[in-house]
Design a protein around this ligand. Structure first.
Ligand code: UN1
Length: 485
């Protein structure tokens, strides 16, 4: 094990100060080379979590009282900071998380774009006015912040997801206790630093670092008024239960097992390119990644041949290298779990259609195509119904649109569907019959624009959607005012 002398010191951000942790030791290793220690420190302990909530509680009144346009200025300045540093931070992100440099830089720009969009809320409508049945009265609906909210984020978008939760929390007047995934404290720290450099008042945003178990402590804190979480369905469900037990709203974005449906009339070349991006960019580690390919049997052989040809040239390796398409998984545990699931899938009857190459590093997995049958045996295969969060795509052949949509609806998740067809009618029928929060027609299953709702159906999501105006639903409560004058 090499302990780099340049390992950064991990610190928590409490009431506008960077402080050392007083809990158990924590560390951050590069996804690319787990022997490379990037940062070390100590977890936040119970008293520090308390201090984070106390600071957020103290700052809440003053922050909520500011005009929204003033709150927006902090977000705008932070966005400028991130844009100016996008190349450096993108490279740091690639080393920490393992996605390619291009994806890392794009993610930093996306975080800035989120901050800019959310800041614009100060120029949008603030509520609604209704007619009253009584003379001299109108009914006004306005929005108030929840108070102190917790933001708990996953490893796979180390700066974009924190930005898309923290920015709306702040703009609507909440104060925040932020706990990023333990694997990616560096980019989380960069976001907090950008907001600090923007002059954010002390206590408005606080960050505590540590293992997942800190989440339970946040949920138990008496000052907590709401939680926004993205991560696994298992953890999400626990947070939902804990929130419900206390009567606190929880917004949870959880797992996915997203399909690309390729109908017989689709543009196969385009479908092939989009399926590749959806399944293998970020090594399949997106809740929106394509992990099922449901293809009409009339075009299946041709599409699969196309995919195999393209995967022959798909380079897995150092995410900082220019010609690389895909980096490693986040850590050894993730890689081990994906390998175990793959082995179980093959044992349960899945056929391996393609097995790519990958460097020997512990966290690397090659792109893999599997096929299962369109029957009860195929449906029971883990490759069909479990989220691998890895570069594995499971193919099933179907006969026509109705079978395709039924296959897409099979299972507990309902986040995103990518449909490939030239038939507008088929697109509209998909919207009416497939239970997903996001439907892409002729584009990959991943990707989210900042100004429209994001989130899933069934077990993929709980509580109001994120992004766009939808974010207001979660981060505020409404007051209905009967105004007679
Ligand atoms: C995207 O598809 O670009 O955790 C965003 C995730 C999702 C975000 C996906 N919440 O992967």
């Amino acid at each position: 094990m090499s302990t780099s002398p340049s390992a950064t010191e991990l610190r928590h951000y409490l009431d506008g100060r960077w402080v050392h942790g007083t809990g158990p030791a924590i560390e951050c290793r590069s996804a690319v080379d787990p022997d490379r220690l990037l940062a070390v420190g100590r977890s936040a302990d119970t008293q520090q979590i308390d201090a984070a909530f106390a600071a957020a509680g103290k700052a809440a009144g003053g922050w909520a009282a500011l005009p929204m346009a003033e709150r927006a200025t902090y977000l705008l300045r932070a966005a400028d900071q991130l844009t100016g540093q996008a190349d450096t931070l993108g490279a740091e992100l690639a080393v920490e998380e393992g996605k390619t440099l291009a994806e890392g830089i794009a993610e930093v720009h996306r975080a800035a774009q989120v901050l800019n969009y959310v800041a614009g809320e100060a120029q949008r409508e603030a509520g609604s006015i209704y007619h009253s049945p009584r003379a001299d009265e109108q009914i006004i609906v306005g929005y108030r912040p929840l108070g102190v909210v917790a933001v708990i984020t996953p490893f796979n978008f180390p700066i974009a997801i924190p930005a898309w939760k923290i920015a709306p929390a702040l703009i609507y007047g909440n104060t925040v206790v932020f706990k990023p995934a333990s694997a990616v404290p560096l980019l989380a720290t960069r976001l907090v630093q950008a907001l600090e450099a923007a002059g954010l008042p002390h206590g408005v945003l606080n960050m505590v670092l540590g293992p997942g178990s800190l989440g339970d402590e946040l949920l138990a804190h008496p000052r907590l008024r709401g939680v926004s979480f993205t991560g696994s369905t298992e953890v999400g469900r626990q947070l939902c239960a804990a929130g419900a037990a206390r009567g606190i709203p929880v917004q949870a974005e959880m797992g996915g097992k997203n399909a690309a449906v390729v109908l017989a009339d689709a543009d196969l070349e385009m479908a092939c390119e989009q399926v590749l991006l959806g399944a293998f960019r970020s090594a399949g580690q997106k809740c929106t990644a394509t992990s099922r390919l449901i293809v009409d049997h009339r075009v299946a052989d041709e599409l699969i041949e196309h995919l195999c040809d393209r995967l022959e040239t798909w380079v897995t390796g150092d995410p900082l290298a220019a010609d690389v398409h895909m980096g490693p998984l986040i850590d050894e545990r993730a890689a081990r779990s994906a390998r175990d699931r793959l082995a179980r899938a093959l044992d349960s009857g899945a056929t391996e259609v393609f097995h790519g190459t990958a460097p020997a590093g512990k966290n690397f997995l090659p792109p893999t195509l599997l096929e299962v049958t369109n029957d009860a045996v195929g449906r029971a295969n883990p490759a069909w119904n479990e989220e691998f969060f890895a570069p594995v795509l499971t193919i099933v052949r179907v006969d026509g649109e109705a079978q395709a949509f039924a296959a897409a609806n099979d299972g507990e998740y309902g986040l995103s569907l990518a449909l490939f067809t030239k038939d507008l009618g088929a697109a509209l029928r998909a919207q009416r019959s497939v239970d997903v929060g996001i439907l892409h027609v002729n584009s990959e299953s991943a990707g989210a624009e900042v100004h429209v709702p994001f989130g899933g159906a069934k077990s993929s999501g709980y509580g109001p959607k994120e992004q766009g105006r939808a974010a207001r639903e979660f981060f505020t409560h409404s007051t209905t005012v009967y105004l007679r004058a």
